[in-house]
Design a protein around this ligand. Structure first.
Ligand code: 13P
Length: 287
């Protein structure tokens, strides 16, 4: 069981105590998005190296996931299923329609049949390069939830929004519009990943942990006002953007950060295993 990361509880109000008590039960979410990174041959090599290393670890306090490109999902799915390991497999995108007239797209029905465990929606690269809007994100989330899959909804302000001092408002809009009309009972299948666009990728600038803390607290508040404190506390909030072995701990120990969503630093199997080990050490030292 994952314990809260406070050695001593500060004097806090009851609603926050509810939030922290919920957090005791929450696993640590740790996953990687392969983006457009691997061929099928490379995906086979990855699972051949990664899965035996995963087998040596106790992952009972983790929700561990890998999100390959569409073409490699089945390879990873089959290897993970054959291994019996509790690794989750995701897709990087989905189309909201189930009809046939959407050439080049993949529906939630197709993904559910593989089956994937989760679907990433609204990554900043999709928003920026392919013009995905909050309305698209909402449609995709509904389609995913309708097929009983988990939705990993990515949000994050742009550099311009940050510099104009409207980052918090931008995030609130993304949360409200992305989740519009999604009922309380479906929230148990929703995860949010806060990934400021200016922190992602080779040109990314790692965010200050205090900035992440403030933004995650704000996201939790928006969820509370949309649903309830209890439901908001149960939605895993992941952080992503230039997470690496050096800064991992500084993000993972933030109270409202329930997991980390990693790109480059988790693409190599051994490098990913090292990140898992860091988070396991943190749990052990605080339990
Ligand atoms: P990097 O960790 O490579 O910055 O990528 C993060 C990301 O985009 C995860 O979705």
């Amino acid at each position: 069981m994952r314990l809260i990361r406070f050695l001593q509880r500060p004097p806090i109000v009851d609603s926050l105590l509810v939030k922290l008590d919920e957090k005791r039960l929450m696993k640590f979410y740790l996953g990687t998005n392969w983006k457009m990174h691997r061929t099928n041959t490379e995906a086979r090599q990855f699972v051949a190296e990664f899965l035996p290393l995963v087998r040596e670890l106790d992952l009972s306090s983790h929700y561990l996931f890998v999100i390959p490109s569409f073409t490699s999902i089945q390879i990873v799915r089959d290897a993970v299923t054959a291994s019996g390991l509790p690794l989750k497999v995701g897709a990087q995108n989905v189309h909201w329609e189930n009809g046939v007239e959407a050439t080049g797209e993949i529906s939630a029905r197709i993904l559910a049949d593989i089956p994937v465990d989760l679907v990433e929606i609204g990554h900043s690269e999709r928003r920026r390069k392919f013009g995905e809007t909050d309305t698209d994100v909402n449609r995709k989330a509904r389609a995913v939830l309708d097929h009983d899959l988990k939705a990993l909804i990515c949000i994050g302000e742009s550099r311009a929004e940050k510099e104009q001092g409207i980052g918090t408002q931008a995030l609130e809009k993304q949360v409200r519009e992305g989740l519009e009309g999604i009922p309380r009972k479906a929230l148990s299948k929703v995860m949010l990943a806060y990934e400021p666009t200016w922190a992602i990728g080779v040109a990314g600038q790692p965010a200050d942990p205090s900035y992440v803390q403030e933004k995650h607290a704000g996201i939790r508040e928006v969820l509370t006002s949309m649903y309830s404190a209890k439901i908001a506390a149960e939605v895993p909030l992941l952080f992503g953007g230039s997470v690496n072995h050096q800064n991992f701990r500084s993000y993972a120990e933030i109270v409202n950060v329930d997991g980390l969503f990693v790109g480059r630093a988790a693409w190599d199997p051994e490098s990913f295993i090292e990140l898992i080990k860091i988070s396991r050490c943190m749990n052990a030292s605080l339990s």
